[in-house]
Design a binder for this molecule. Sequence first.
Ligand SMILES: *Cc1c(COP(=O)(O)O)cnc(C)c1O
Length: 460
Amino acid sequence: MQYISTRNTKQTFAFKDVFLNGLAADGGLYIPEKIPSYSLKELESLKELSYEQLAVKIIFNFCSDEFNEIEIKDLVNKSYKEFRVKNVVNIKRLENIILLELFHGPTLAFKDIAMQVIGNMYEKILSDNKKVINIVVATSGDTGAAAISALKGRKNINIFVLHPHKKISKVQRKLMTTFEENNVYNLAIEGNFDDCQKLVKSMFIDRSFNNEINMSGVNSINWARIIAQIVYFFFSYFKINNGSQKINFSVPTGNFGDVFAGYIAKKMGLPINKLIVATNKNDILKRVISTGVYKPKEVFQTISPSMDIQVASNFERLIFYISSNNDQATLNKMEELRKNNEFKLSHEQLSHLKKDFVSESLTEEETKSIIKKIYKNYNIFIDPHTAVGLGVLDKLSNDEINIILSTAHPGKFPEVIKEVTGKYPELPAKTKKVIDEKEKFDILPNDLNTIKKFIKEKAK
Ligand SMILES: *Cc1c(COP(=O)(O)O)cnc(C)c1O
């Protein structure tokens, strides 16, 4: 399979370039030249597979030029052997509520599912390569930990994680900053997540810096993350589908990565009805889906910090598809955004978008009341991101089947859970230990040159 950029469909790229570069040189995002798709009969043959078997089949479609099927199998098995449940994910039913729990990996959020695969892909791709790669990534709280867990101690790789200083939960921070491996660097930036993401983007498009340190990225625009995330849409759909009702997915959304993976699953032939984009008070995606106007505003700090984002990086990929795969139309919208700090979708683009997506947002109070209600009714804790995914359904009140992506373990957000329910959630035994361990991070100003200098000194 070859890849193209959302801003230029003429030039093609191999999976390896897509994987190592993250962002295309023209500033666009990589997408497959053609999305593979399954017939209903082929879907039938995937239904009984275990999670790992299904992951091998799906991932292989997208990178068969780089890895053979045996290598993918090995990679997938290695990636998921530390997960705490047998099938990587767990489906929990509470009467008519269906939670797809994606947080049973080492750092307690769904990001582990893709990041562990990425870690093993790096190892494989770099194994005959003497060059050192420097990974630079921004995190709104969970990506950083997942990336560090997947890459710590690996040969020929350094990892630099930028997180917004004092804007993530303590457990989120501890899960990133307590590693001792000397290829791990945590940078607490005096700014918000959008600032961190902007710094990383600036370093990526600075070709000379980029080449000098041999930079690579694992943020949510990395295509390999998307492909690993497609798997659980298929897996859970097969488990829930009884053939009679429409199935929607409600996805707590920040950078539009996870829900975009659902969109690709739909394009691959999985008969998903609607993808529900669930947002917190940072509701840029709800606004664009209802009005067609994409306009970043100030970022609010909320109790669901991994969604405190106003510039949803992966949205550019969707623009491409709702513009009938037109690179120039995509480029025009991105240019409009750069010049005016907003763009407006055409009537046609918007109606295209509305075929597959609906969106709602939740206030902080509403999110808390959902956490409280679930605790009261079922005696279980859900984390604030999951609560957003669940809460928006009350507002949309469809009578279809809704699978809610439960994206983080409640133990990652003990303060708010305690405030709302009066009790602290338990952490899995292995992660409990990190809470008392010594932390290592550097606090740096929101200044590109300072950050570059820091990274250049440490990059080897
Ligand atoms: C990253 C994250 C999200 C948002 O996912 P996107 O792919 O950025 O839309 C939601 N919930 C949790 C817990 C996360 O870590």
